[in-house]
Design a protein around this ligand. Structure first.
Ligand code: PMP
Length: 280
């Protein structure tokens, strides 16, 4: 089960792949990405991820790169690596050009991928829930585009870790809750599931959509509306969603206990439903 990389059609061990120094993704963050996971040798929500990649590429006015081309490349890498529970990172950069803010007309997109075994979230955290902190959202205003410019996310995650917490959520300076550093955010209140609506301030998470659909299937009422910071502490449950995070309960926010201080009942029920759906 080798961990491999893909660079413009060439598949090699990750340690043997190098990106040119004038790749615009490297110098300007001029690149978009996706992360897809497989369960039991089957990719989960591949089409949704590839559609979102197209949305991100359009958002940065990249030339068209067909979805089928990327799909075939993903499968080629997936088949070579033979990792049943794999995480595939896909990055498309605008390409390599002499350093200049504006880009030349003739420039060829670079497709880079890596495939590795998924590191599961520890079972104890799944059961007990995690501690998270609040950080002010100082990111740009196009967070619906999945660019590689995620330094604020990395800084926020590191801040959480330095404080002994698991992760952070972004809240606007006006107190509107947005999302996690690499996840979407939900609360449960009086049996209803509440999550922020899709705006340009959050990523349209694929897991978020799966969770909303699963909630509908299991008769849980759903509200897509803004959540205020002041509402957080009276929530019955709260959780994060993401491709690797899946559905992860929150036990405290900024040190204040949420609900009964464990991963909640609805959180666990949805997690079970998600795993069942993904593992079919
Ligand atoms: N928001 C951000 C900022 C993310 O990086 C991610 C992870 N890709 C998510 C939300 C969750 O998205 P998904 O469910 O598609 O993994």
């Amino acid at each position: 089960m080798p961990e491999l990389s893909y660079l413009n059609g060439k598949i090699r061990p990750i340690s043997e792949t190098y990106v040119p120094v004038e790749d615009r993704g490297y110098q300007f963050g001029d690149a978009v990405y996706e992360f897809i996971a497989s369960y039991n040798g089957k990719m989960f929500c591949m089409k949704e991820h590839l559609d979102r990649l197209q949305h991100s590429m359009q958002g940065l006015s990249f030339p068209k790169l067909s979805e089928t081309f990327i799909e075939n490349a993903v499968f080629e890498l997936f088949e070579k690596a033979e990792i049943p529970r794999a995480g595939i990172y896909i990055q498309v950069s605008r390409g390599v050009a002499p350093r200049d803010h504006a880009w030349p007309k003739e420039i060829k997109l670079q497709v880079i991928m890596t495939i590795k075994e998924v590191k599961e979230v520890p079972l104890k955290l799944r059961k007990d829930g995690v501690d998270i902190i609040i950080v002010q959202d100082e990111r740009w205003s196009n967070c619906d585009i999945k660019t590689v410019q995620i330094l604020p996310n990395a800084m926020a995650k590191q801040k959480a870790k330095n404080q002994g917490a698991y992760d952070a959520i972004f809240v606007s300076k006006d107190g509107i809750v947005r999302e996690g550093t690499s996840s979407n955010f939900f609360i449960v209140k009086d049996g209803r599931l509440i999550t922020p609506p899709l705006t340009k301030n959050i990523l349209p998470g694929i897991t978020r959509k799966v969770v909303l659909d699963l909630a509908g299937d299991t008769g849980i009422k759903v509200e897509e509306r803004f959540i205020l910071k002041t509402e957080l502490f009276s929530a019955d449950e709260a959780f994060l969603t993401g491709t690797i995070t899946e559905i992860l309960g929150i036990k405290t926010i900024d040190g204040i206990q949420i609900g009964n201080g464990k991963s909640g009942e609805i959180t666990q029920k949805l997690y079970k439903a998600l795993r069942e759906k993904a593992e079919i």
